[in-house]
Every structure is written in C-alpha cells, then in structure tokens.
Design a protein around this ligand. Structure first.
Ligand code: AMP
Length: 445
C-alpha cells in the first residue's frame, strides 16, 4: 500500500499562526498609522516581475541576483504560443528566444521605481512618498531570523530634491515607528558611501590597499577584492578585523558635495532628536545605493540583528529608463522585528475571548444566537458553542479559551429575562437584564 505523503512547508518558509499573527497585525497597523502621519501612501506591488528589472536595479554581480532569486519562464507566453497554433517542434525552439524570464521579488525598491516610471508619477507633486509591505523571496541559507520567504515593510521617497532633511525625515519616521512599538535596544548606524564622483576612486584605493594584504584575508574577502571590495568592510571574520581597521575610510575621501550632504544629514538628525552612531564600515549589499546609508539593529536577534537597512539611490529610476530622479528608502525585516518584540516580552499574550456563551436547551439556543449577534455587534469577541454542553463542560471550555466571562443561558434565565454572567477570574456571578448586561460589559471590558 502506498504510504500517504506527509506535506510540510518548504525549507526556509513557515506558517505564521495565531496568536502570533495578532502581533503581525499590530505591527502592520502601526506602520500604516505612523507612515500616514508622515504623508506616505500605500502601494501594492506584484509578487513577481521581469528578471531583468532586478538584475538591472539590484546588480547582476550581487549575491541576491546571481544566486538567490527564484526565477522561471513565464508560462503565459507558452500558452500564447500554443493558442497561436505553433507546433510542438517549433515551440521548443521558440521557448528559449521568446519566453520571458520572471522572478519572485527579492526586494521592493526596484518595483516601486518601476511603478513610479510606469504611472508617470514624476507628474505628481514631488516628492512621491510610498510604502508597501509583503513577502520577499531569496534562496539564502535558512537560520534564525533568515528565511527564504520573509516579510519586509518598505518605504521610498522619490523625486524632488535630495535635501538632507529628506534623508533625516525618512530615518526619523522609521525610528518613530520602532519607538511606538517599544522595540528594545534600537541602535541606528549611519554612513555616507559617496557618489559617482568620489566612490569609484575610493573603491580603487581600497582595492589597491586590499591587494597588499591579500594573503592575510580569508577566501571570501580575497574574492571580493575583485568583485566588490566595499563588501570586505562588512566582514565579520575575526582574523580580518585588525587589518580592516587600518584600511582607508570613505569619510576621508568624499567629494565636497557628498561631505557637505553628509554633515547636513547628521545636523538634521540632531535637530530631530534622533540618536545615531557613525559606522564607517557600513556598506549596503545592493549596487544602487549612494551617499546616506543606514542600518538599524535591535536586541534579541543573535547574529542576524539588522531589522532595517536603507539609503539613498539617486540614479536608480534613470537606470530603469525613467527621468533623472532622486530617491531614498528603507526596508524593515518584519520577521526580525517580530522576533525582537517577542524576545523582549512586547508580544501580546494569547488572545482570549471576551464572552463564552454556555447555553442549554432549544429556547436558550435561540436566545444565545441573538445574544452573540448583539455582543459581536458591540465589538466583543464571543464564542458560541455549536452544540449543547453540560454547564460544567462549557465552563471548562471557556477557561481553556481564556474567556473573561461566561454568559450562562438556561431555561430559568430565558423565562425570567435575567441572564447570569460569571467572571471566570474569581468565579463571582451576577444577574443582569439584557440591556444592563451590555452596559456592564462595555464598562468592564
Ligand atoms: P536588504 O533588503 O537586504 O537591505 O534587507 C533589509 C532588511 O530585511 C534586513 O535588515 C533584514 O531585517 C531583512 N532581511 C533581509 N533578508 C532576510 C531574510 N532572508 N530573512 C529575514 N529577513 C531578511
């Protein structure tokens, strides 16, 4: 006999279950509220896009694009070819040339920029302030705080000026959001990684200096001397730390415009009372960043402690075929944000019911249905058992569900028009008329 297949969530993906999902909702609701106070509007984006969009925006050499994307050919083009009457032989030839490659999105900024261009948002009052939230997909090695399907809350400011006040306000917004959530151990680190003028020269200098100490570096850093020397600064390898500390620093090689911009961003942060730490080794993994970069870490996350990464990317819209456009944004790792809130005890406890209706008898059932409807309409969470139960069992069940009250409805209560309400915490009970009961619950819940 064939054994029954036992299905499990794919490695790196997971189910989010109640009561944890209540915390996810609270976090997302807080984001909607806080971001709205800063004038941001929500954009909802497709989960998959043309692969080219990501390779152009994020960069073909990055790990995300070269190793981690879920990419496949778009089956609709195949269907279109079949409908178009092409034979199977022709199909396989055409498949390679015509099929569009699409990828599950590994991040959101590229899509937001694509949408900005596609919907001519440069004609709206600038800057355009957008945010979005949802799943991202990267084929990374799964571990605590790192998944293959993970969730981000993302905000972007596009168009208008690159005034340092914009950088500071975006950072102020995410810090306000974390503050509202009472996220613990929040540390904001900032850096400037220069622009097209000054960064290439610095990268060359860095490459030259790294080549001199190549033998002392591990294999990853050795490889990065050629592919992406900035990433060497990111290295966590213990033996490399003393070498990295002696390398030239971007801050000493910024062009005048970048240096002025960076000091103005710091001043703007101070005016807003945002506490930061400078970290000259902070670089971002994605190609499109320039000037202001920042990262926020929080407590309780072990080695994967970054909850937010962001920065300026003035050239990106143009790179994707749009007009020259300033841009800055951030992505919050929602999974990690939730983990940190849970670790510090900021997660709400099990969501209990307000009222469990313990009913017995046909007449009481009809009254119970009506009572449930009225209580729910008033906003209370009500559990109405579908079948009759003995009172003892009903009260046990109410306890297990964490209900605050049991509303007891038997023949007596229905004929007297006086309902019994039992407070489960202390076992006390009292009788109420229907309107009094509602008023009492409103006062005490
Ligand atoms: P990035 O888009 O790489 O700048 O990442 C922004 C934030 O998303 C990070 O600071 C993390 O909090 C989160 N993040 C990135 N990759 C993952 C992942 N594989 N699993 C969970 N969170 C992630």
């Amino acid at each position: 006999m064939a054994t029954k297949a036992k299905f499990q969530a794919i490695r790196g993906t997971r189910d989010l279950l109640p009561p944890e999902t209540a915390l996810w909702n609270r976090v997302e609701q807080t984001a909607h509220e806080v971001f709205a106070t800063f004038g941001f509007g929500e954009i909802r984006l497709p989960i998959f896009e043309s692969t080219d969009l990501f390779s152009r925006a994020v960069g073909g050499e990055t790990d995300i694009v070269s190793k981690e994307m879920y990419t496949f050919s778009n089956p609709t083009s195949l269907a279109a070819m079949v409908r178009g009457g092409r034979t199977e032989g022709m199909l396989s030839d055409m498949l390679l040339s015509e099929a569009e490659m699409i990828s599950l999105r590994p991040e959101a900024t590229a899509s937001v920029c694509r949408a900005y261009i596609e919907h001519n948002m440069q004609q709206l009052p600038q800057p355009v302030k957008l945010y979005c939230m949802g799943p991202m997909f990267r084929r990374e090695r799964p571990q605590k705080g790192r998944y293959r399907q993970f969730y981000q809350i993302d905000a972007e400011v596009l168009g208008g000026t690159d005034a340092p006040a914009i950088d500071a306000e975006v950072i102020e917004m995410v810090m306000t959001f974390f503050d509202k959530l009472e996220l613990q151990g929040v540390l904001l680190e900032i850096n400037s990684i220069g622009d097209r003028n000054c960064r290439p020269k610095y990268v060359e200098l860095l490459r030259a200096e790294l080549s001199k100490v190549k033998d002392k570096l591990g294999p990853d850093s050795q490889r990065r001397i050629e592919t992406n020397p900035l990433r060497v600064l990111d290295s966590k390898v213990k033996e490399e730390q003393s070498i990295i500390e002696k390398l030239p620093r971007m801050a000493d090689h910024l062009c005048e415009d970048c240096a002025t911009h960076y000091s103005a961003v710091k001043h703007q942060l101070e005016m807003r009372g945002v506490i930061y730490r400078e970290n000259w080794r902070l670089v971002r993994g994605l190609d499109y960043y320039m000037r202001t970069t920042f990262e926020i870490t929080a407590q309780g996350l072990g080695s994967q402690n970054a909850v937010c990464g962001g920065g300026r990317y003035d050239g990106l819209v143009e790179l994707l075929g749009g007009p020259p456009t300033k841009g800055i944004g951030f992505a919050i790792g929602e999974d990690r944000l939730i983990l940190s809130l849970q670790e510090s005890g900021k997660a709400p406890a099990q969501q209990g019911r307000d009222v469990y209706i313990a009913w017995m008898g046909e007449r009481a059932h009809a009254t119970a249905i009506r009572a449930a409807k009225d209580l729910r309409k008033a906003g209370f969470s009500v559990e109405l058992p579908p079948v009759e139960q003995k009172f003892g069992k009903a009260l046990g069940q109410a306890d297990k569900l964490g209900a605050k009250y049991a509303l007891i409805l038997g023949d007596n209560e229905v004929s007297e028009g006086l309902w019994t309400l039992k407070t489960l915490a202390d076992g006390s009970q009292a009788k109420y008329t229907e309107p009094d009961l509602l008023a009492h619950l409103r006062k005490s819940l």
